[in-house]
Design a protein around this ligand. Structure first.
Ligand SMILES: [Zn+2]
Length: 384
């Protein structure tokens, strides 16, 4: 349990640094005794922090926390100060709902599909202390939830189907693009001064040579902030992941890249997440397989995807990282129909902020506000 003072110091550190800080015993702690050394460079403490430490306000908060950590009240820790950057991964999976058991559901009886195999009316068994927030994708609008309006909602926090009056399939129309360009999560984070942020997926040169007439909600959300896209050269350098994380589809299209196992892809994505405050990753083969009603393809895709996610989680430092896995609508969990389902979607939370996020996420419109909160809490108050 945190004392009141510890809690206040933690929030102070977070508001001044934009970093989470704690003083406690255990592993992964950094001994911080030389304030001047930290303020001058801090390289031995946390490589990405020197600029923040030069900030007067940050120095003030640092002194207060260190003084507390060295005081009699915290004697057990003997100045062991734990300072960790707060980072968030939004892992988006297209067309994944929470279904019922039965032969229509490829998850039923499927081994090795943890953490994706979640069933209605059954407690979710989630590794790495994950928490489930069953999430409404219907958003109070009649009809089956669809990709363009659902993704717009996830990536902006605006209830897009309510705004345009219906669930919009496929790619965003002008009305949805207008919402994305004003409220994109990438734009909100940029305006709040959250750096660095990235869309981890890879674009091929073809996209830039002949830009498609219709672009995805994700592409529009990234462009709204002026952020660049990763290319195949970034993938080869370990700075990006393809939406088919094994690279098989890229190789079939003639790109000179190596195959990655799901475990290798998980490691690459984990290293990208560790180097950024906010990372988005998008996977959409699940939705295609759901529309195809291909049971065998579905089980193969789900097994590999689940392994990728478990490998990723095993490589992430979940004391520093918050992971939010979510979807725009159900589909693959019911192969008896080629349509999207009306099921809730699983939002699964891992890491430091999982409890507060799980408590606040009820619909797709709650995802972006939750992420922005985690990454900016405190700093917005200071700016006022
Ligand atoms: Zn979709």
């Amino acid at each position: 349990m945190l004392t009141e003072r510890e809690g206040w110091l933690k929030s102070q550190m977070k508001s001044d640094f934009g970093y989470s800080a704690d003083c406690r015993s255990g592993q992964n702690k950094t001994r911080v005794g030389d304030r001047d050394k930290v303020l001058a460079g801090g390289k031995s403490i946390v490589p990405t922090m020197p600029k923040l430490f030069r900030n007067e306000l940050a120095a003030h908060a640092y002194d207060k926390l260190l003084a507390y950590c060295l005081s009699a009240a915290c004697a057990a820790h003997r100045g062991m100060l734990f300072i960790a950057p707060v980072s968030v991964l939004l892992f988006f999976i297209d067309g994944l709902g929470i279904g019922t058991r039965g032969s229509h559901n490829p998850f039923d009886g499927l081994d090795d599909a943890t953490p994706l195999a979640i069933f209605q009316s059954e407690p979710a068994v989630l590794p790495f202390k994950g928490l489930l927030a069953a999430t409404d994708a219907r958003l109070g609008v009649d009809g089956r939830p669809q990709s363009a309006s659902g993704q717009t909602t996830i990536l902006t926090g605006i209830n897009a189907p309510a705004a345009i009056g219906y669930h919009k399939q496929g790619f965003p129309n002008q009305a949805l693009l207008d919402i994305i360009r004003e409220h994109s999560i990438f734009l909100q984070l940029k305006q709040a001064g959250v750096q660095k942020i990235t869309f981890a997926n890879t674009y091929t040169e073809k996209f830039f040579e002949s830009r498609p007439r219709w672009i995805s909600a994700t592409t529009a959300a990234v462009e709204a902030s002026g952020l660049g896209f990763n290319r195949v050269s970034d993938l080869k350098a370990g700075r990006a992941v393809y939406q088919d994380f094994t690279n098989r589809m890229l190789i079939e299209r003639g790109e000179p890249v190596d195959l990655r196992t799901p475990e290798e892809a998980g490691e690459v994505l984990a290293s990208i997440v560790a180097g950024h405050k906010f990372t988005l990753y998008e996977y959409f083969i699940t939705d295609k397989v759901g529309h195809d009603q291909d049971y065998e393809a579905a089980t193969g895709v789900l097994r590999a995807l689940a392994l990728f996610i478990r490998s990723l989680l095993a490589k992430l430092d979940l004391e520093k990282t918050t992971v939010i896995l979510t979807s725009d609508h159900g589909n693959i969990e019911d192969l008896s129909s080629r349509n999207h389902t009306l099921n809730p979607v699983p939002t699964i939370l891992w890491g430091e902020h999982r409890q507060e996020l799980a408590a606040g996420i009820h619909t797709l419109a709650d995802i972006t506000p939750g992420i922005v909160d985690v990454l900016t809490k405190g700093t917005r108050d200071d700016a006022r």
